[in-house]
Design a protein around this ligand. Structure first.
Ligand code: SF4
Length: 289
């Protein structure tokens, strides 16, 4: 069942405060897995999709966790209003590359309302996107900090912060339609960079649903794994990368050169024509080695 509570105010995905629009904070509410599938399918553009994602309450465990974290807050962020909602994707509709992570961090995206923003994982991925010429600046600290992406859309397989960074398979499956629709709304998409094994597993049903023929058995996840699929829009390449979690970056399992190499491959594959956004040509000042 889907419903809408009384309007009060909202902070739209991307961050501006809006008043008098939509439900309790301006977004349509979705409460069931079937509602997610239906609502995602019917979203006509990314703005509508982002608003619907932001109002989703289909996973009770995650709703409860994200809201509790937002209520209690970390001491160092006590003076901030947490987003406390699902976190929509970020980046333009003409993106040729999508980067898909696991889920928002409790005090990162769940706090700032922007994917990968406000935590160490975000520091890594946005710095790497900047070095690849896909981001206007190497940092992503809060909505309104001036960050713009070119040629790339960044999203998560699961949109709500999970306890212990561990969504259940059922929660992953419930959330999948949001990602499926998001990828479908990127008509120029050529490459999907998947961060981590969880996202890798989540990606196959999404791509099967989008009409791509999947190899059997499913390709194993690994850093630098590369699979090219044929589908309704031609070829799509899926690249694997270790996740930018602190578990990987602190231990040296994932280094900056390793991440840069995957993004370099992504921009190379995305380059249908020289100078296309997402083709790896510097946009907004990112250095190229
Ligand atoms: S994880 Fe996804 S499906 Fe579940 S409540 Fe959050 S946005 Fe909705």
């Amino acid at each position: 069942m889907e419903d809408a509570a009384a309007p009060r105010h909202s902070r739209a995905p991307g961050g501006t405060l809006q008043r008098g629009r939509g439900d309790a904070q301006g977004f349509p509410v979705t409460r069931t897995a079937a509602g997610v599938a239906r609502s995602a399918r019917a979203a006509r553009d990314l703005a509508v999709l982002d608003a619907r994602v932001s109002g989703c309450r289909a996973c009770p465990r995650l709703v409860s966790w994200r809201e509790e974290v937002a209520r209690v807050r970390r001491a160092s962020f006590r003076d901030q209003d947490y987003w406390g909602r699902p976190v929509p994707g970020l980046g333009p509709a003409d993106a040729r590359i999508a980067v898909v992570g696991l889920a928002p961090a409790a005090h990162g995206g769940n706090r700032t309302g922007r994917v990968f923003t406000g935590d160490r994982s975000g520091d890594w991925i946005f710095a790497a996107l900047w070095r690849a010429g896909l981001a206007s600046q190497p940092t992503s600290t809060h909505v309104g900090d001036g960050l713009e992406l070119t040629g790339v859309r960044v999203a998560a397989a699961v949109r709500c912060a999970p306890p212990d960074n561990a969504p259940t398979p059922a929660e992953r499956d419930t959330c999948n339609p949001w990602l499926a629709r998001e990828l479908a709304l990127l008509p120029r998409l050529r490459v999907v960079v998947v961060l981590g094994g969880f996202g890798w597993t989540a990606m196959w049903p999404v791509l099967a649903g989008a009409g791509y023929a999947l190899p059997r058995p499913r390709p194993a996840f690994g850093h630098g794994a590369e699979v090219t699929l044929s589908g309704p829009r031609g070829e799509l390449t899926v690249l694997g990368s270790y996740h930018v979690s602190q578990q990987n970056t602190f231990t040296g399992r994932l280094t900056e050169p390793m991440l840069d190499a995957v993004l370099s491959r992504a921009t190379e594959l995305a380059a249908g024509e020289a100078g296309q956004p997402g083709s790896g040509h510097p946009v907004g000042g990112g250095p190229r080695p």
